[in-house]
Design a protein around this ligand. Structure first.
Ligand code: SF4
Length: 343
């Protein structure tokens, strides 16, 4: 039986929210009433990686505050033009098709038992620190994922499929349902994991149709959201996260440790507690990847360990995310070497 009846999503409110999203630094600064000359939005009027911010997310920024931690995540800044040594376009070596890591276009297989499918090139928001901001999506285009689905079917070691992007929840409900039905038909696939920032940045996208689809799938489902700061979470995110939980999805969060945004134990403790209030388990705190144009967000290992030690002293173990770094070629994420005490 199909997961969804056929219908059009063209008139869904989230489409209108995306159409009316803010698309320049200048417009964003006007929206939040910030006039600081230090931000100099004219320097990056048309960045290669465009500015994109839903108004709902921008309305959670503090009016008139040039240092607002949500604003700093999405505002194109002159610092992106700095050519810092060691910061490169593909720090995770994800882009070579035909290799063991990329057995088919849009398919990435780094770790045992899991494969990641790039479903879309777009996101609902463009985060300036994004590790895929230079990803060559055009080279990984395979509209129906024919080759990727064939490669997954042929590899019985894969029990978990991870939908990534871009943001996979930008696919409309019908496209998502069709893809999930194809996964369900592959006997060795047991689990579906969806990585999405949409419940936080465009909660309107969590439609009754999407909830119904998640409820009906026979695959065990986990949704990994992405919030970096407690101010990203409000009543609307609480509502949709509760809906997602009721739809039987395991809810996890991953954050990136970012200078000037959340490089403080008190902010990250508050984030962990607020996530838990909204039914989400803190999962990973990622060291930022060394992506070209993002060196101003970088936090070094020593600073990270001090912040993490304070989190550990304050939070119960189940609210403490794992502090990790991704290293190309390693068969799992690398835990930063911190001596954790028992509770
Ligand atoms: S939502 Fe995720 S993939 Fe999209 S720009 Fe932000 S960090 Fe990158």
């Amino acid at each position: 039986m199909p997961l969804l009846p056929r219908s059009s999503s063209e008139n869904e409110p989230y489409r209108a929210a995306l159409r009316h999203a803010i698309r320049s630094s200048k417009a964003l600064l006007e929206f939040v009433g910030v006039k600081s000359p230090l931000l100099r939005p004219e320097v990056l009027q048309q960045p290669d990686f465009p500015v994109l911010v839903p108004r709902g997310f921008a309305s959670r920024m503090k009016y008139g505050d040039p240092g607002d931690p949500l604003l700093r995540q999405v505002l194109a800044m002159p610092a992106e033009l700095v050519d810092a040594p060691g910061f490169i376009k593909d720090p995770l070596a994800e882009t070579q098709t035909g290799t063991d890591v990329n057995p088919a276009p849009a398919l990435i297989k780094k770790y045992h038992g899991r494969a990641l499918l790039i479903t879309t090139s777009g996101c609902a928001i463009n985060c300036r620190y994004c590790f895929r901001r230079h990803f060559p999506y055009a080279e990984h285009r395979d509209q129906k994922h024919t080759q990727a689905l064939a490669a997954i079917s042929a590899d019985s070691s894969i029990s978990e499929i991870i939908l990534s992007g871009g943001d996979p929840l930008l696919l409309d409900d019908q496209a998502l349902a069709t893809l999930i039905e194809k996964f369900e038909a592959i006997p060795h696939l047991k689990r579906l994991r969806i990585h999405s920032r949409i419940p936080v940045v465009l909660p309107e996208r969590i439609t009754p149709q999407l909830l119904s689809l998640l409820k009906k799938t026979t695959l065990k489902t986990a949704l990994v959201i992405h919030a970096n700061h407690p101010n990203e979470l409000d009543n609307q995110t609480a509502r949709v996260l509760n809906d997602l939980k009721q739809a039987s999805a395991l809810l996890l969060n991953q954050s990136v440790l970012l200078r000037g945004i959340n490089d403080s134990a008190s902010v990250l403790i508050s984030l962990a507690e607020k996530l838990y209030d909204q039914s989400v388990q803190p999962y990973y705190l990622h060291m930022p990847d060394r992506v070209a144009g993002t060196s101003h967000f970088h936090v070094n290992d020593e600073e990270a360990k001090i912040i993490y030690g304070k989190m550990q002293a304050h939070l119960p173990g189940y609210l403490l995310p794992r502090l990790v770094r991704e290293i190309p070629g390693e068969n799992s994420k690398h835990l930063l070497d911190i001596q954790l005490k028992d509770e």
